[in-house]
Design a binder for this molecule. Structure first.
Ligand SMILES: *[C@@H]1O[C@H](CO)[C@@H](O)[C@H](O)[C@H]1NC(C)=O
Length: 341
């Protein structure tokens, strides 16, 4: 059974909000972990097809909970992990089901061309930025078990640009990209690349609204009549110069930006809140959207990223990642940002 089948097989039995149990650093007994897994199943509406599957998932949950508890107990991190909705998945399963960046070999190297914010002085940038507060960001969405992060990342950037240009915030269709943009590196739930999505939208003369062409979380035939009802359009895209967080800040001060990251590790799988400052590589496998930046109370500078794993993940669906490092940036965030124009 594949991961996507497994997750589709999960029956939603409603969700009960239990207060998280205080666990501390003590070793958990087998009975403790089994009880914690039961509570977690209720909280997340998770059921398994049989006892064997449940036993297998309990073992994965046990290993994950141990890692999460010892990470949090160490207490010297700028972010927390939690037994969130991905706590019964192995990291391989998580990565296969929830990421989906696929890009041309040359993409990471070829970061040239016009960058319209090149002469913008950062002295003129606001010290913090949150495009949500300006009403330019739609609600958090959920790609489900489909490698369509690329579509969500691109669509979020286009939704915001459309709001800035027209004054209207319209939720746009990721499913149209999944179904209809199937050339080059964009292969629906098997992954894709934001710049190819921007090119597709520009060539087609726009993208349909979410309400016209709703998300289904799986590949399907292109619905041409729905796709023909364009709700917003762009002219193309530009790249932010690579390994340059100052340039990224100049861009984000003007509009939300699509950002590729390495989200394949346990940091993203179990992220609960705070500012991620490492424990990830720069092997680009996921895409998010930078919708702001700021400085935490303890002085840590961060990027505010919109993710597409639902509102129950991270900080109501968002993640903060440390800003102001050199080179490729934390989790590779400065390697290949781009934005629609
Ligand atoms: C930035 O300034 C330089 C020098 O004045 C100019 O040649 C270039 O076109 C400007 N770039 C943009 C994007 O306006």
């Amino acid at each position: 059974m594949s991961v996507s089948q497994l997750i589709l097989a999960v029956l939603v039995v409603g969700s009960i909000c239990n207060a998280p149990r205080a666990l501390g650093a003590r070793e958990l007994t087998d009975a403790d972990t089994a009880a914690r897994h039961e509570t977690w199943m209720v909280e997340h509406g998770r059921t398994y097809k049989d006892e064997a599957e449940k036993a297998r998932r309990l073992e994965i949950f046990r290993a994950n909970a141990k890692l999460i508890d010892s990470f949090n107990a160490a207490g010297k991190h700028s972010y927390r992990l939690a037994t969130n909705k991905f706590a019964d998945l192995t990291n391989d399963e998580f990565r296969a089901a929830r990421t989906g960046l696929r890009m041309p070999e040359a993409a990471a190297g070829a970061r040239s061309g016009r960058f319209r914010y090149e002469n913008f002085s950062l002295a003129d940038a606001p010290p913090s930025m949150d495009w949500r507060k300006l009403g330019a960001v739609t609600g958090v969405k959920d790609q489900e078990s489909c490698g369509s992060c690329w579509a969500f990342s691109a669509v979020a950037a286009v939704e915001s640009l459309n709001k800035l240009r027209t004054g209207r915030l319209v939720s746009l269709s990721e499913q149209e990209l999944v179904d209809c943009d199937v050339t080059r590196d964009d292969q629906g739930c098997d992954g894709g690349y934001m710049n190819d999505a921007f090119t597709f939208i520009a060539r087609r003369g726009g993208l349909a609204a979410e309400s016209t062409y709703p998300y289904r979380g799986k590949d399907g035939p292109c619905r041409r009549s729905a796709a023909a009802q364009r709700a917003a359009s762009i002219g193309g895209h530009e790249d932010v110069p690579r390994d340059n967080e100052a340039a990224l800040m100049a861009a984000v001060a003007h509009q939300p930006v699509s950002v590729a990251v390495d989200a394949g590790g346990d940091v993203f799988q179990f992220y609960d809140g705070g500012v991620i400052d490492g424990r990830c590589g720069t092997e680009m496998n996921h895409a998010v959207t930078a919708v702001g930046y700021g400085t935490a109370r303890d002085g840590t500078k961060y990027w505010l990223m919109k993710n597409s794993w639902g509102k129950s993940w991270g900080e109501q669906g968002y993640v903060r990642i440390r800003r102001g490092s050199r080179g490729e940036g934390v989790c590779g965030l400065a390697k290949m940002p781009s934005y629609p124009v």
